[in-house]
Design a protein around this ligand. Structure first.
Ligand SMILES: [Ca+2]
Length: 466
């Protein structure tokens, strides 16, 4: 048995609570590489944070403590206009891991597996097919089993909360009406939670010698609900200091399907105490996951891996924390559609750079392929962002981002340009409603301008893009 297999076996044995490991596939030599365009033996590290909105210090939030994400941000480039294609876990992940928009994957819910209509390799499978060692830790696809891609990985692990990590003070903020809507200030350490174990496994892998390039995807579960994290993270946020967002009384009304869930009725009943607890839970889980990211960054520092590892970090979609009294995602609003995204690529990115060009999650697949000199499938919907990684102000062909949702027979389609967000709600080819928000005067999207005569032409122009 070669050392790689030996290492892998020890790795799995020592990883706490491992519940699954994919089979080892024969290695295929790297082929069809654009050798001149990429550095030799370029590793890739893809960090995906579940349900993380742009709430970190590096995105201007003064309250939420994210020193490690901020450190990563300072080391490279931060994107201010990065958007998901569908603000729900499975549709979003199925889209960016196949490089296709949800209209092509036809994955519009959390139940349809990504491979139902797809016959080209997923992002990790592309790396596997090109001779990379491929490691998936935590939530990459929407779960394992039928939602996973076992052929894509040399090693694929997820982890479970320990019994100690399930204990502690907590509460369901809806009195049990919404099952997921609960927090737990848990006993134990970071490693009693899955994300702590994921970070430990990532560090352990990065510290080993590598005899071939790797693609490692690290998928942290928090701040997705249920909001469970060690108690010390909850203690950082005194409830009385937390205030829910201001919602003007004269905001434009929204139809029920625009928010789209029975949960909304229960959330409208939240007291100030409930809202504060929700904010504390999300913030605590964000700082908890930030600490785990810090462990991975430290390992890259210690092993001097930055020089041959392309690192990109994203949230899988955004999140609403009380805007329109909505405490979840799955809506065509800026808070859910926009994602945090940052990258550090030695030789391309420079430290402390912001980019306000449009980037979509479908761009991740061709970008990783480009950075590592691999040839992606021809029919991808995104484009490599390599040019703006090195020159963020270079004229850029993408000037809009597209996001969609589905409510049974009703499709919601959204386009975001520099100034506008325009939404159409469609059933049986008939437009039920339109929304137009001006991000210059109304960044919180409270005033719908779509039915005003003055904005008719703008709506027509944006509608033509959908
Ligand atoms: Ca998610």
């Amino acid at each position: 048995m070669d050392s790689r297999h030996h290492n892998r076996r020890n790795f799995i044995k020592r990883s706490l609570g491992a519940i699954g490991a994919a089979s080892v596939m024969p290695a295929v030599l790297r082929g069809s590489a654009k050798a001149t365009a990429a550095k030799k033996s370029q590793n890739a590290l893809f960090i995906i944070i579940e349900d993380l909105k742009n709430i970190m210090g590096c995105y201007g939030n003064p309250l939420v403590q994210t020193p490690h994400l901020d450190r990563l941000a300072q080391k490279g480039i931060v994107f201010d206009r990065a958007y998901c294609q569908f603000p729900v876990c499975n549709p979003s992940r199925s889209s960016f891991l196949t490089g296709l928009r949800p209209d092509k994957t036809k994955v519009l819910d959390n139940y349809t597996p990504w491979h139902t209509h797809i016959n080209h390799p997923t992002l990790p499978k592309l790396f596997k097919d090109n001779g990379y060692q491929t490691i998936g830790l935590g939530k990459i696809f929407h779960g394992q089993g039928q939602h996973g891609d076992p052929q894509a990985w040399d090693m694929n692990l997820d982890f479970a909360q320990t019994e100690l990590g399930k204990r502690g003070e907590g509460r369901n903020m809806t009195g049990g009406k919404i099952d997921w809507c609960n927090w737990l200030a848990a006993e134990g350490t970071d490693e009693d939670q899955p994300d702590g174990q994921i970070a430990a496994a990532a560090v352990e892998f990065l510290q080993k010698p590598h005899d071939k390039p790797f693609f490692m995807a690290v998928g942290f579960h928090k701040p997705h609900d249920p909001f469970h994290a060690p108690k010390k993270y909850f203690d950082l946020y005194p409830l009385k200091e937390l205030m829910p967002p201001f919602a003007p009384a004269n905001r434009s009304p929204k139809e029920d399907y625009m928010i789209g869930s029975g949960w909304h009725n229960d959330m409208k009943k939240f007291t100030l105490q409930d809202k504060r607890e929700f904010l504390r839970s999300y913030y605590a889980c964000t700082t908890f996951v930030d600490t785990q990211v810090g462990k991975v960054i430290d390992a890259l520092d210690r092993q001097n891996l930055w020089k041959d590892t392309a690192v990109i970090l994203v949230g899988d979609h955004g999140y609403n924390l009380g805007e329109y009294e909505w405490w979840n995602k799955a809506v065509l609003m800026e808070d859910s559609a926009r994602i945090p995204m940052m990258a550090v690529v030695d030789g391309l990115t420079r430290a402390n750079v912001r980019c306000d060009q449009f980037v979509e999650m479908v761009d991740l697949y061709p970008t990783f392929a480009d950075l590592c000199g691999l040839t992606p499938p021809k029919n991808l919907d995104g484009i490599s962002i390599r040019p703006i990684l090195s020159e963020p102000n270079t004229p850029w062909k993408k000037t809009a981002a597209f996001t969609q949702v589905q409510r049974g027979q009703i499709a919601g389609k959204s386009v975001r340009t520099k100034r506008w967000r325009y939404n159409e709600w469609i059933r049986n080819d008939r437009i039920l409603a339109r929304e137009l928000f001006d991000h210059v005067s109304d960044p919180q999207e409270y005033r719908n301008l779509a039915e005003m005569e003055d904005f008719k032409n703008i709506c027509q122009e944006l509608s033509a893009l959908l």
